[in-house]
Design a protein around this ligand. Structure first.
Ligand SMILES: Cc1cc2nc3c(=O)[nH]c(=O)nc-3n(C[C@H](O)[C@H](O)[C@H](O)COP(=O)(O)OP(=O)(O)OC[C@H]3O[C@@H](n4cnc5c(N)ncnc54)[C@H](O)[C@@H]3O)c2cc1C
Length: 383
């Protein structure tokens, strides 16, 4: 009898893993906690590594049709002085299409088109699991149970699967909190680049999306779970970012009445393995990272493709595939978590001397250095 596979979590990692496993002839069941597959969220940047992984699965066309490529990425000060602008075309020419932005809901929708929805069960939050001989007994919040041979934990940073196998690995706060919003309408002046404005009050990012929409995010240093931050609306943010370029304040004004997504920025400490016998963790459940490199979802997509490739190679022993998957993923995902955390710390520096140092570093670093770093990041073996 064929071994059964179950995926916990119907986010980007879970859905992509299901598509990748289907290509290996395995048809997993997916259990998702949310009552409906109605993904919420704001914008998402997908880099060349993720686009290449999606292309290997043959799903990139629908995804690319729903988003847009941007010409570059610029960092500026709160006085609107340019620190550095990276042109994306050079990277695209060398490693594949880069700097693609999409609404998270559109990405989910495009992934779902490649799956049989009758294999996805919503309103099924995993509560606990127990090893029963060679199999696992999964118990859900609604009291239902399921037996499976192999389990893929793709249930995000607060993973219930990880809680069972690695109870000591807990999310850690990065020191800053974040608001995100999507506003109908393009940016005045028709900017075609991702922009981050770094200043004493914090960071404000602006990303043009397809469909004449603009995504923005704002990161501010604050104590964890600060009720004042939780209560902040766009008017409060306009006060925080007073003195930033007019387009920031215009965007905040245009956001009145639009859903504002707020959350503290957290990641996972590194050092643990992702394979645990017949259980494997992928995506944020395994190695959640701060969003500073825009690589969290990209790494989740890479995970899905590489996990399926290893399972294809070790069909008779998926636990061995899980081990090999961890061996291949550990160093890379640790690097992303560490580098992204460090980038976030620098971007959030408030002390004037540190900000001046950071801005000088940005100005002095040749574009070629940033480009080489990105090329190295995107150069990953996905087979
Ligand atoms: C502000 C911000 C900006 C970001 N920007 C980018 C970006 O530009 N580019 C990029 O690549 N990444 C970005 N990321 C990271 C990216 O969002 C995540 O890395 C990605 O969503 C991880 O996908 P996942 O499927 O592993 O986890 P999730 O998206 O968290 O999905 C987990 C799923 O599991 C479900 N679930 C949870 N618990 C259970 C349970 N007990 N039982 C069953 N189901 C459960 C959840 O409902 C959810 O559907 C950003 C993150 C943040 C916070």
């Amino acid at each position: 009898m064929e071994a059964s596979f179950t995926i916990i979590g119907g986010g980007i990692a879970g859905l992509t893993a299901a598509i990748a496993l289907r290509r290996q002839g395995i048809d997993p069941l997916i259990f998702e906690a949310a009552p409906e597959l109605h993904p919420v969220g704001a914008g998402l940047g997908l880099a060349a590594n993720a686009i290449r992984a999606l292309a290997l699965l043959g799903v990139e066309k629908e995804i690319l049709a729903k988003g847009r490529f941007l010409e570059g990425m610029a960092f500026r000060t709160e006085k609107d002085a340019l620190l550095i602008r990276m042109q994306t075309e050079a990277i695209t020419q060398r490693v594949g299409q880069d700097n693609f932005c999409i609404h998270r809901a559109d990405l989910h929708e495009a992934l779902l088109q490649h799956l049989d929805r009758s294999r996805i069960f919503t309103g099924k939050a995993l509560e606990s699991l127990k090893q029963e001989g060679p199999r696992l007994r999964l118990r859900f919040h609604d009291g239902s149970e399921r037996l499976t041979d192999f389990l893929v934990g793709a249930d995000g940073i607060h993973s219930a699967v990880r809680r069972e196998v690695l109870p000591d690995v807990q999310p850690r706060y990065a020191g800053y909190t974040c608001w995100r919003c999507i506003v109908p309408g393009a940016l005045p002046g028709g900017r075609q680049e991702v922009e981050e404005i770094l200043g004493p009050a914090g960071r404000f990012g602006i990303v043009p999306l397809a469909g004449n929409r603009t995504y923005w995010f704002a990161c501010v240093n604050a104590p964890r779970r600060d009720p004042r931050m939780q209560a902040a609306d766009t008017a409060a943010l306009a006060q925080i970012f007073a003195g930033y370029p007019a387009r920031v304040l215009d965007l905040l004004e245009a956001s009145k009445g639009q859903p504002l997504i707020w959350g503290d920025i957290t990641d996972l400490p590194v050092g643990h393995r992702y394979d645990h016998g017949n259980i494997v963790l992928i995506g944020d459940a395994a190695h959640a990272t701060t969003p500073n490199m825009g690589q969290g979802a990209c790494q989740a997509i890479e995970d899905a493709v590489i996990l399926a490739a290893e399972i294809g190679r070790h069909r008779s022993d998926p636990a061995e595939a899980f081990r090999r998957f961890t061996d291949r993923r550990l160093e890379r995902t640790r690097m992303v978590v560490r580098r992204s955390r460090m980038m976030g710390e620098m971007a959030q520096w408030q002390h004037p001397a540190l900000r001046a140092l950071r801005n000088t570093l940005f100005r002095l670093t040749p574009q070629a250095v940033f480009r080489r770093q990105l090329e190295a990041l995107y150069n990953v073996d996905l087979n």
